[in-house]
Every structure is written in C-alpha cells, then in structure tokens.
Design a protein around this ligand. Structure first.
Ligand code: EPU
Length: 424
C-alpha cells in the first residue's frame, strides 16, 4: 500500500489543468448502455473509479477502449448481451456509484441485478429513493441475497417526487432519468437534483436523442423516445477538483491559476472563499486564486446545488483550522461526514463535533503527523492540511484519494509542494 509524505510549509504557485468531472463521467458512462452504437467521451479522468466503472460495463457486454486523443469509446449494440444484467458485489463494493447502471439496465434490458451498496464512512447512504422512482415507472423490485433485483416488461411515464430527509438524491435522479428516457409517455421528476453533474447527464442524453426539459431546475420533464444513438461528448470540468486546488492555493497562502474551470458551477465555493478573504479572479476558462494572511473565520452549511457542496466540506475544514477565530460547519447532506476531524486533531486542530455541526477554533499552526484517510474528500482535506503543517505528514490509505483525483501528488508537486508517494 502506498502513502503520501508531505513536508509542509511551501507556498504553492503556478498553473494546473482541471480534469473532467468524475461524478458526471460515472453516470454518463452507465447511460451508454441506453445508446446504440459508439460514443466517444472526452475529458474522462484517469482514476480508479473510472477503471471500476469500465470493468462493470465490460461485464455487461460493453466494448470500451481509449482512443488516441484520450477520449473513451464505449460501444453497446442494440439486441446484444440482453442476458447480461448483473453488477456483482466485488465491483459495487469498490464504488457505490456503480448503482447508476440500475436505471439503464432496467430500461434497456428489462432486468437488473445490482449488488446492494452498503453504508460507508460518510453515512448510511440508502437507495430507497432510487427504488421508489423505478417502482413508480412500473418496475418490480426485490432485495435478495444482497442484490437489488428489478424487472419490468414496460416502463411507463409517471410523476415522481425524489424528496428525502436530506433533500433530493443525485444518483437517484440519474437512475430515474435514465430509466425514463426510453419509457412510454411522459415522466415528471419533482424534487430532482440539479447538480451540474446531473445536468451534464441530461445534456448527454438529449444529444443522443432524448427529450429532457427543465435541466438545471428541480423539476425534470422527460418525454419518452423510441431509441438513442451513440454520440461524441465532452464532460464538464470537475468542480470539486477545482475547489480542492483553489483551497491548496489559499491554505498555502500561494497563487494558483486553474485552467478548465466552470466558474458558474463553483459560485458557492468561490463566494465562501472570498468571504474568508481569498482573492479570486476569473477570466473565461481560467480562475486565479491569490491569498493574503488576513483570513476571517466563516460559518459554512453544505447543501444541495447551488449550495456549498458536501464534497468540499473536508477541504474547507482544513482551511478554517488555519484561520484564527471560531468557524462553524453544518453538514446538511451527510450529517456524520466528519471522520477527518479526528485526523485533523492529530495534527493539532481544535475541532469539536456535535453532529451535524463541527466547531473549529483556528490554531496558529498545524503540525505534521501520521493520519489515515477514511474517504476520498476526507483525504483531500488531510493533504491540504499537510501542505501547510509544520514538519512531516504521513497520509495512509491513499487508495481512497486515487479513486477520485488523478495524480494529485504529482500535480501539487508541480505547483511547488514537497510531496511524494512512498510504498509502505
Ligand atoms: N438519500 C436517501 N435515500 C436515497 C438516496 C440518498 O435518503 O435513496 C440521502 C443520502 O443518505 C444523503 C442525501 O440523500 O443524506 C444525498 O445523497 P445522494 O443520493 O445525493 O448522494 P449520491 O448520489 O449517492 C453523490 C456523489 C457524492 C456526493 C453526493 C451529494 C456521485 C458518484 N457521488 O452521491 O460524491 O457527496 O452526491 O452531493 O455522484 C464523492 O465524490 O466523494 C462523493 C461522495
């Protein structure tokens, strides 16, 4: 197993290019099951979650390869591999997002057998809303031996609300949308997620021949069509990767320019960073983060889009640990998503957690320590803390980071960080 070792204290400077969004790529790749013929998708990041999704789709009969220009070609052919409907436990357990093959499989092959994704360290993560939506479209669903087994002779349009205890559901909206595009009649999804990644999936499907309107709002209308065809498509830039690099610039009091950024997708993150005192300027596809030493503490609440993303919470926590004064974080999506706070405490942070709140009293400095990554974004928060900590930080279990950030240590090192990957 590898670990990351960081000698903190370097000011980061330079330029970094942001990759395509992992959370847009995963459901779009699954949606290729619905399309007849080849699709070529640009901007797919080279990360472990994408490799897992490729294996899942290959198991389902997909022909997948990288082309010379770096795009990923995915081919499913109508009428072939009808019997292949299983997403097995050993792949689904590696990545919960594999559950997004459920809607396309049901729609295209009439059956789906997908390992039930369990809870994880960021919380319970049920899929009841996914199943409620698919049932409303006419699917029968049972859970057997750890698998969701769904079948439908014909899916029919209907009106569905995806409102749950913590708002709507991102992948649930993707599943219901992908099941509805080929259903008979019109489907209205109320309380749909409108995250940029969900919008990207809808744009992808429309380009392939679907009729989805209301994109970007909380009510999607989907008129069923008879067939969808393969297309060329470019994934949106990853707003969480961009936000993570912005905080890398801010926390090291450096100056970084990010290329390939959609500023509109980052509005809440940028607004909060400016409130803290980080200077951010944008120029078309480029965003520059410039810092000073005069940061203010802040109160943060994570919310569904366009609110501040929960996937930026750990990174903001790391930053606020270095800002003198009291900050409060309210986790509005996954109330238990605070495991990283215990690791940050090992580095000298002063954080009290009383779910769903974390109160942070900024300390003059963090110090290097051995810390353990519990999930992808927690890992990003720990790397950011390590960049500014005095001394050496050893970050263990970095396979979580490899799931979602392409060559993170290499790109940070190109910006001037003293960071290396070491075999344990
Ligand atoms: N929820 C339910 N029932 C459901 C589904 C969700 O109660 O059927 C609850 C969840 O427990 C949570 C809330 O609703 O409290 C929102 O969960 P959501 O379903 O939106 O999360 P997700 O679709 O499983 C995606 C991202 C996560 C991101 C969340 C929230 C992907 C692959 N994953 O997960 O990203 O945190 O939306 O924005 O798109 C990450 O990239 O590190 C990551 C965890």
């Amino acid at each position: 197993m590898d670990k990351i070792v960081i000698e903190g204290g370097r000011r980061l400077e330079g330029k970094v290019r942001i990759n395509g969004a992992k959370n847009a790529a995963l459901p779009i790749m699954a949606a290729c099951l619905l399309l007849h013929g080849p699709s070529r998708i640009k901007g797919i990041p080279d990360i472990v979650d994408i490799r897992t999704q490729i294996r899942i789709l290959e198991n389902l009969g997909g022909e997948i390869r990288y082309l010379e220009d770096g795009s990923l070609e995915i081919i499913f052919r109508d009428g072939e591999n009808k019997e292949k409907v299983t997403a097995p436990y050993d792949l689904v357990r590696k990545m919960r997002a594999s559950v997004c093959v459920l809607g396309p499989l049901l729609s295209k092959r009439g059956n789906a057998k997908v390992s039930y994704p369990g809870g994880c360290v960021i919380g319970q993560r049920p899929i009841d809303l996914h199943l409620k939506g698919l049932s409303a479209l006419g699917s029968s669903i049972e859970t057997k031996e750890g698998y969701v087994i769904a079948s439908a002779n014909k899916l029919r349009g209907t009106r569905i609300s995806l409102k749950g205890q913590y708002g709507t559901t991102v992948l649930g909206t993707c599943n219901v949308m992908t099941a509805a595009v080929l259903a008979e009649g019109t489907t209205i999804i109320d309380d749909a997620a409108c995250e940029p990644e969900v919008q990207d999936l809808a744009h992808f499907l429309n380009k392939a021949g679907a009729k989805i309107s209301g994109i970007g709002s909380n009510a999607l209308t989907i008129e069923g069509v008879k067939e969808l065809h393969g297309i060329d498509y470019e994934i949106i830039p990853d707003r969480i990767e961009a936000g993570t690099f912005m905080i890398a610039g801010a926390i090291t009091r450096g100056e970084i320019t990010l290329e390939n950024v959609r500023e509109d997708h980052l509005a809440a993150t940028i607004e909060k960073l400016r409130e803290i005192g980080v200077e951010i300027t944008t120029n078309g596809n480029y965003t520059t983060v410039k810092s000073n030493n005069d940061y203010q503490p802040a109160n943060i609440t994570t919310m569904p889009y366009p609110g501040l993303p929960t996937d930026m919470q750990a990174q903001f926590m790391a930053l606020l640990c270095t800002v003198s004064g009291k900050s409060v974080i309210t986790e509005g999506i996954f109330p238990d998503r605070f495991i990283h706070s215990a690791e940050l405490r090992r580095m000298g942070a002063d954080i009290q957690v009383d779910v769903p709140y974390a109160t942070i009293n900024g300390t003059p400095f963090l110090s290097g320590a051995h810390v353990m990554v519990s999930d992808l974004r927690a890992g990003a928060g720990l790397v950011l803390a390590g960049l500014v900590a005095k001394g050496t930080t050893h970050i263990h279990r970095i396979y979580h980071l490899d799931r979602g950030y392409e060559q993170l240590e290499k790109r940070l090192s190109q910006l001037g960080a003293n960071i290396t990957r070491v075999q344990e």
